[in-house]
Design a protein around this ligand. Structure first.
Ligand code: SF4
Ligand code: SF4
Ligand code: FES
Length: 392
């Protein structure tokens, strides 16, 4: 029996249906009761076989072994995989004085999203994404937890029974403002999402006190900096990561003047989706940057151009070449953009595609982060192979 996490597209040609006895993305299937594999016989979804008529909430997969003692051979064959769900403990947490109960293992951010007030649910995030494991890099989501010496990142810290969380104290607001202010003073945040722009305003970010931005680095200059060889700040200008855009291939560009070092692209390229590991963080401190191995151009690197890094980048540091060219030509019209969801036709995996169309032209392709096949991630064909549609 094989269980796949469902993260990332399966390889082309791997087929779209799970073999009998194989479990895919169990949590979704388990909700509502029994899912039956094999020949389709057995109880319909939601119907229990133990005579108990009380409703139950299934929250995860439990695979009943058809070969277990007590099953007749013909039953073993017929029964196949039965998803009954798991019993999950709940813990009590206090959110700004109000007690809520959440499933054990929920992060504080998850509790704020699921059980919090609209204001609590609006906790700022930069390195967190619903389709990725917590990265814990930006610290803009911090909250106070009673008994904890330091602020804790809500996106990564799990709720514990009896935990008391404060989300809107002076300490929390000050810390979030400093994170947003230091990033905004050194990185071009113009293309971050509307939410990020709103948080910058709401937290009172003021970059003027750091002085005007320092001069941008020359092409490749930041890539050649060595760990431990930091320059003293001149005290008159704000340090910046500004540098020329890297355009070295036909499919996407890297504009690291917009990079906040959230590591999302690294994890999407690595263990969160693609397992290619073409990029990683190089350097230390303010000289840290996202780099290919030995800073080689992308075509010489291990990159397979799935574009999943583009899909998760929160600041527009990574964008498709199509978008880059249109922006450069002054032909970028987000106000006209429509998004149409369809299914990729290149192979049988069945990835959902969102076609971003401006002025009757596909300008980008993404995938919904909550789609059970893709989890927001695609392969090179789904992400970039749309030119043939344009030529029809
Ligand atoms: S390139 Fe984008 S996704 Fe990658 S670390 Fe920078 S901001 Fe994050
Ligand atoms: S994006 Fe398209 S080609 Fe790539 S795995 Fe998904 S369905 Fe197949
Ligand atoms: S969003 Fe929590 S540390 Fe970045």
């Amino acid at each position: 029996m094989t269980t796949t996490s469902g993260k990332g597209p399966a390889p082309a040609g791997s087929g779209s249906a799970a073999p009998v006895g194989e479990t895919i993305d169990g949590a979704d299937e388990a909700v509502g009761g029994a899912a039956v594999g094999g020949d389709g016989s057995g109880p319909p979804p939601g119907e229990r076989t133990d005579g108990d008529t009380h409703p139950h909430t299934a929250v995860g997969p439990t695979v009943v072994d058809p070969a277990a003692p007590g099953h007749k051979p013909e039953e073993r064959l017929r029964t196949g995989t039965v998803m009954l769900g798991q019993i999950q403990r709940r813990v009590s947490v206090e959110l700004d004085g109000r007690e809520v109960r959440v499933p054990e293992g929920t992060t504080i951010l998850g509790a704020l999203h699921d059980e919090g007030t609209p204001q609590q649910a609006d906790t700022p995030t930069l390195c967190w994404a619903p389709n990725m494991d917590p990265i814990n890099a930006c610290r803009v989501c911090v909250v106070e937890v009673e008994g904890s010496r330091t602020l804790v990142p809500s996106c990564a810290r799990k709720c514990e029974d009896g935990m008391k969380v404060r989300t809107d104290t002076e300490k929390v607001r000050h810390s979030r403002r400093m994170v947003l202010e230091l990033l905004t003073s050194s990185v071009d945040m113009d293309r971050a999402s509307g939410d990020v722009q709103r948080w910058i305003g709401e937290y009172g970010v003021d970059t003027s006190r750091y002085g005007p931005p320092a001069a941008p680095a020359a092409a490749g200059e930041r890539d050649r900096r060595h760990p431990g060889h930091h320059h003293l700040p001149d005290g008159a200008t704000a340090a910046t990561v500004a540098q020329p855009v890297k355009v070295d291939n036909e499919l996407y560009v890297r504009d690291y003047s917009r990079c906040i070092m959230c590591y999302k692209c690294v994890n999407a390229c690595g263990t969160d989706a693609q397992f290619t590991f073409a990029i990683a963080a190089a350097g230390r401190g303010f000289d840290a940057r996202i780099a290919t191995e030995f800073d080689t151009p992308l075509p010489d690197s291990a990159c397979v151009y799935c574009g999943n890094c583009i899909g998760v980048c929160p600041t527009g540091a990574l964008i498709s070449r199509e978008e880059y060219e249109l922006r450069e030509a002054g032909d970028w019209h987000p106000e006209d953009e429509t998004v149409t969801t369809t299914i990729c036709s290149f192979c049988g995996v069945g990835c959902n595609l969102e076609l971003h169309v401006q002025q009757n032209r596909i300008v980008n392709v993404s995938s919904p982060s909550d789609h059970s096949v893709t989890h927001g991630h695609l392969c090179i064909k789904g992400r970039f192979g749309f030119q043939h549609v344009q030529n029809l």
